[in-house]
Ligand binder design. Structure first.
Ligand code: B12
Length: 309
């Protein structure tokens, strides 16, 4: 740590909390920056950071902020074996609540911590900051996917974290939807994104729509659970050059949906079957299976007429 201490922004990023949370921990619990250089903003010292790490860890584990702050401000850690009342308080419920993010970087770890705390403000702030800094594709692959997959693992392991999964999904959707869409262009929108029938996992398509928007490419996103009749109807009415159908699980990946699209009077030139639900070997001829978000973007960015360019 630089010897003149850390700024609030740097501490917020390290801890995976919003600067507004840091400010309230300072105002309400006295856990603030103790280094003051005349004429400059106050800076956080290593001790300040250590106290805040205790605060963040305990609040993540469900300890009340007031109780956590009492410990963070200096109650010495008591070694094991001492009478219980001397130990730091245990979490009220579900202690040790951590989302595994594998080898993902600090941004993903920070997001995972904010997700467990159900801290929507911090989640939106950190995702928006990452999208601004690195763009949608990099943010999706390096920050969002590891945390989403981690939540899935915890969910599969013990049917926990459903509330975390829902709030995290909501925050991801809100930030992706906020990526500016290209202004109205004379050319009709040539790309249609849709989930397969009964498929509710829309986030990868929301990431695709946002990544295309960053490139000035228009698309229509139909979202979750689109019956094939509705999809064929949308294709007939909007004549897209390219259609992407997302399936996350086997039970929604019926190749007949794609065959119906390909045999419709008005059929797309490009049909992409995206997502882990599809098995490449069982698909109608001519259907492309992009393996990653970046691959799908590369296939779609030059669809004729799809951008204002
Ligand atoms: C968020 C989520 C939800 C949310 C979805 C919110 C939304 N708006 O999308 C909600 C709560 C609605 C939900 C519901 C359910 N879910 Co869910 N969900 C998830 C979760 C946590 C994240 C999904 C996600 O976006 N993952 C990011 C993925 C895509 O990243 P990835 O795997 O690294 O991606 C790889 C590829 O797909 C590809 N890729 C990634 N992004 C993109 C983008 C494009 C364009 C392309 C081409 C490729 C691509 O590259 C990567 C490397 O190979 C997953 C966990 C997981 N492992 O994904 C469970 C998960 C998919 N869900 C699961 C289940 C069981 C369900 C429910 C049945 C639960 C229930 N009982 O109700 C329902 C099913 C609803 C339905 N009919 O679809 C299971 C599926 C198991 C299976 N394979 O069948 C999972 C795996 C969780 C688990 N482990 O149990 N879910």
């Amino acid at each position: 740590m630089a010897d003149d201490g850390l700024s609030a922004g740097a501490v917020a990023r390290r801890l995976g909390v919003a600067v507004t949370t840091l400010r309230s921990w300072h105002q309400r619990y006295g856990l603030g920056p103790s280094r003051h250089v005349p004429g400059q903003h106050r800076r956080y010292t290593a001790d300040d950071l250590a106290r805040l790490e205790v605060m963040r860890r305990l609040t993540t584990e469900g300890v009340t902020p007031a109780e956590a702050a009492r410990w963070a401000r200096g109650a010495p850690a008591v070694p094991d074996g001492e009478p219980a009342e001397e130990r730091p308080p245990r979490a009220r419920d579900g202690g040790g609540a951590v989302i595994p993010v594998g080898r993902a970087g600090p941004a993903a770890r920070g997001l995972a911590r904010a997700a467990v705390r159900l801290d929507a403000v911090a989640m939106r702030a950190s995702i928006a900051e990452a999208v601004d800094a690195a763009g949608v594709v990099a943010t999706w692959d390096a920050m969002l996917r590891p945390v989403l997959v981690g939540v899935g693992e915890r969910h599969a392991a013990g049917a926990r974290f459903i509330e975390v999964e829902h709030l995290l999904s909501r925050c991801v959707s809100e930030v992706l939807a906020a990526v500016p869409r290209p202004s109205r262009s004379p050319a009709p929108t040539r790309i249609l994104l849709s989930c397969a029938d009964e498929e509710q996992h829309t986030l990868p398509l929301e990431a695709l729509a946002a990544a295309l928007a960053e490139l000035g490419v228009h698309c229509r996103l139909l979202g979750a659970r689109v019956p094939v009749t509705a999809l064929v109807g949308a294709v007939a009415r909007t004549a897209p050059e390219a259609v992407v159908v997302w399936s996350h699980a086997r039970h929604t990946a019926d190749p007949a949906q794609l065959a119906t699209l390909l045999s419709a009077p008005r059929r797309p030139v490009l049909l992409l079957a995206a997502g882990p639900g599809w098995s490449a070997g069982a698909l109608p001829d001519g259907v492309l299976v992009p393996a990653t978000l970046a691959e799908a973007v590369a296939l779609l960015r030059d669809v004729p007429g799809s951008s204002g360019r």
